[in-house]
Each structure stands twice: as C-alpha cells, then as structure tokens.
Write a protein that binds this ligand. Sequence first.
Ligand SMILES: O=P(O)(O)OC[C@H]1O[C@H](OP(=O)(O)OP(=O)(O)O)[C@H](O)[C@@H]1O
Ligand SMILES: O=c1cc[nH]c(=O)[nH]1
Length: 214
Amino acid sequence: MLFVLNQTNSIANQFLAEMRDANSQQDKFRFRKNEERLGEILAYEVSKSFSYTASEVTTPLGIANINLPDVQPVLATILRAGLPLHQGFMNFFDQSDSAFVTACRKVKKSGNFTIQVDHISTPNLDGKTLIMIDTMLATGQSLVLVCKELMAQYKIADLHIVSVIASMEGIAHVRANLPKAKVWVCAVDEEMTSKSYIVPGLGDAGDLAFGEKA
Ligand SMILES: O=P(O)(O)OC[C@H]1O[C@H](OP(=O)(O)OP(=O)(O)O)[C@H](O)[C@@H]1O
Ligand SMILES: O=c1cc[nH]c(=O)[nH]1
C-alpha cells in the first residue's frame, strides 16, 4: 500500500514547497516547523487506517457516541533528520511510546556506501503497530535495515513507513524487502544524484533542520 499526500491538493503543498525552496528552507525554524506540520497531517492520514471501536463519552449534558482507535502505535525515528516529523506524530498520537535509532551512511573510497546502525533504543514491540518515521526515503537502505533489525528482535504486528519525500528507487527497495509495510509519503521524486540524493528533493534534511555536520 502506497499513500502519496500530494496526489490531493491541500495546504500541505505549501509546507512542502517551503521545505524544498532553496531560499525559504534556510530558515531552520520554518523548515523544522513545516516538517512537524507534515508529520501531523500524515499522522492524521495513518490514523484512518486503524481499526476503531464504538465508545461513549459522558459530556456535561449527556452521552455522545464516538468511535475510538484500538491502536496505540509505537513511533520510531532515525536521528537526526526525522526528529521534527516524529514530533508531529507525537503531537497527534500523544500517548504513544517512541523508539530512537542512530544510523548513518559510511561512504567508501569507491563512492558506494553502507548503512551503519549504531544504537537502537526501543520499547518492546511484540504485537505492536510500529510507525517508522524518517524524512527522506532515498535508496531506502536505512529504513529497510533498521526495520529488519527490529523485526528480527520483535514480532511486530503492523508496520507503517512514513517519509516526507521518497525516490521511486527507495519505494521499490521498501516494497521488495518489506512487502507488508504500508508506506505514507508527501511526494515521490523520480531521480537521485550519483551520491543518492533525491532530485529535485530538498537537499540534506538533517543539515537543514539542525546545521551542517562537521
Ligand atoms: O534512504 P537512504 O539512502 O538510506 O537515505 C535516507 C537517510 O538520509 C537521511 O539521513 P542523513 O544521512 O542525512 O543523516 P542526518 O539525519 O543525521 O543528517 C535521512 O534522514 C535518512 O535517514
Ligand atoms: O536527498 C537526500 C538523501 C538522503 N538524505 C537527505 O537528507 N537527502
């Protein structure tokens, strides 16, 4: 299942345009805020896929019927770039636990790279719905590697993958390696540079949100 937010016009297009724009993306506060706002919108979309149970709420004047979600997802992200997107999810799934992963590209002399996962800090994921949140889905190697590591340790009931911008190659990599995952993105771009940066993309999401790495 692939959901692409910008297939429907909405105010989310404005937030994504500001993240992509080479001038406005220099405002770190606005960049992070837009990432967070897109996280909130994607969280709302993901919530529509959950199962719900009929409930009652007692108001000061009576009883209101309402369907409430059965699922309390665990929200996972990969440092650093995914943090504001993760914050957007936490704003809506406000009682969820979180998992944090540090992973980075290790570039070889040939220019190829491998993904190094350094640290995973997670609650027990047995039987849980996991939402793996990372801003850029470029080659898809980071997300697939991290999800596979978590799936090797836990029996995850349901897996959602969320990104702001995905490449076509990244989507294909996720589909080939995590066929049951539901994928939610704001936009899909067609190309990547020789260094696996998404084109047109937005540049380096981690650097734009938090400053250039030394
Ligand atoms: O799909 P992939 O090819 O694996 O690339 C995607 C990764 O790249 C970005 O992180 P980045 O390496 O920029 O690190 P940072 O968040 O620490 O800046 C992004 O947050 C993903 O984790
Ligand atoms: O386009 C890309 C690819 C990986 N990481 C980024 O921050 N941007």
